[in-house]
Ligand binder design. Structure first.
Ligand code: PLP
Length: 419
């Protein structure tokens, strides 16, 4: 029997999330769509509500008390988030989400560093956000976008990567890859990737899409040794509308990356003829009024996760994924896609023979179980594997073995109803 001893007190954690007490279609909600967005604990909801109730004032502008308090809260929240991700305060640029972070990078860094004939490498595992943005940049610059394949078990194919490094290495400017695939849960061996890039093309930059890793793994930007890391707050218990772009300090200091939005807040002095920008590096990249309430909410989410300990969060996820892989493998008509070993993170996806993924999701919804069906914003991956659509159950700290049991029972019902 598979051992399942969660590192977390899931029963207590569930109580922190008010939405989990809801009933859907007269059944207790089983929320397994966390890769799309996670639910929020009461403390995050309270942090946002308290900010607007008692602290709301614009930051960095006023001399009055409320503005001062709001500025302090903004700054301490930024420090909390930076520490949570192992980054320096200066390296954190707040944006709305992962998609905006990648777009910002394309305009702030790509526009002045990518030229005709250059190469950008992405993975076939990448989310559309980390594909379309680079496709558009390559179109503007007459540069080339090349995809790294996956292995038979759905992992980043390092043999293909080696071949492409040998073949095109001298033209390579950027490697843009997902830390964890949202469609297959495949975790990239980042250390290996960084070593290879440093050996073959040390000047190439590395962007890690952390949308699906930041919610489940301990992240240390400093130790990761990559140039850019992007994430969305809403997938890691924080509010929607806030995320981040982490950029290595020297890339900001040397001007290799420039602001892509301009206006107030980022400036030191403005003259009729020119403007001098802020010395503070990340301030320079965030003109206009920031979303202070959401930053405060994200800091609270970071604190909540830190208190549980990200090592424990990761262990809990690994156990749940292993349990789901084992349980679902026993169900007739189900073919699990992606890695089936302990490296898988956050989710389990599958094909249901003879039933479209949307129908699977609908039958599950009738039992109060929320999963995602479709291409999960990874159409190139689905096309390359000849999958029309897959169904994905994705986990968070409040999910338990019982939720997986209910999912398995629901999936057996799919056959009873539809086959
Ligand atoms: C790996 C990955 N990258 C990027 C995104 C885009 O995130 P957002 O919609 O928050 O910008 C997602 C969202 O699911 C994702 O899973």
């Amino acid at each position: 029997m598979l051992q399942y001893i969660s590192m977390l007190d899931v029963h207590a954690i569930k109580k922190d999330f008010p939405i989990l007490s809801r009933e859907i279609n007269h059944k207790k909600l089983v929320y397994l769509d966390n890769a799309a967005t996670s639910q929020k604990p009461q403390s995050v909801i309270d942090a946002i509500s308290n900010y607007y109730s008692y602290c709301n004032a614009n930051v960095h502008r006023g001399v009055h008390t409320l503005s001062d308090e709001s500025t302090n809260l903004f700054e301490t929240s930024k420090t909390t988030i930076a520490n949570f991700l192992g980054a320096k305060n200066d390296e954190v640029i707040f944006v709305r989400n992962t998609t905006e972070a990648i777009n910002g990078l394309a305009y702030g860094w790509g526009e002045q560093n990518i030229v005709a004939d250059d190469l950008i490498l992405v993975s076939i595992l990448d989310h559309h956000s980390n594909i379309v943005v680079w496709q558009e940049l390559c179109k503007r610059k007459k540069a080339n976008l090349v995809f790294i394949k996956i292995t038979k078990d759905g992992k980043f194919d390092f043999n293909d990567f080696d071949e492409k490094l040998q073949k095109f290495g001298h033209k390579l400017k950027l490697v843009a890859v997902p830390h964890v695939s949202n469609a297959l849960g495949s975790k990239l061996d980042l250390k290996k990737l960084v070593q290879k890039v440093q050996k073959f093309t040390p000047k190439s930059r590395i962007l890690v899409d952390g949308a699906q890793s930041a919610p489940h793994l301990p992240i240390n930007f400093e130790k990761m040794n990559v140039d850019f890391f992007v994430f969305s707050g809403h997938k890691m218990l924080g509010p929607m509308g806030i995320g981040g772009l982490l950029v290595r300090e020297n890339i900001l200091k040397t001007g290799e990356m420039r602001p892509w939005l301009f206006g107030g807040g980022m400036i030191a002095q403005v003259h009729e003829s020119h403007t001098n920008f802020q010395d503070d590096l990340s301030e320079r990249f965030t003109p206009g009024t920031p979303d202070v309430a959401s930053i405060v909410g994200l800091a609270e989410a970071s604190r909540y996760l830190s208190q549980l300990g990200m090592e424990n969060v990761h262990k809990h996820d690994s156990q749940l994924v292993a349990y789901a892989l084992k349980k679902l493998a026993k169900i007739k008509n189900i073919e699990i896609v992606g890695p089936k070993d302990e490296t898988r993170v956050g989710s389990v996806a599958f094909l249901y023979q003879g039933v479209h993924a949307h129908d699977v999701a609908q039958v599950l919804d009738s039992q109060g179980i929320a999963v995602r069906s479709g291409h999960h914003c990874t159409m190139p991956l689905h096309t390359s594997q000849n999958w029309v659509a897959t169904t994905r159950a994705s986990f968070q700290i409040y999910n338990s073995k019982d939720d997986v049991d209910l999912l398995a029972r629901g999936l057996e019902k799919v056959a009873e109803i539809l086959l």
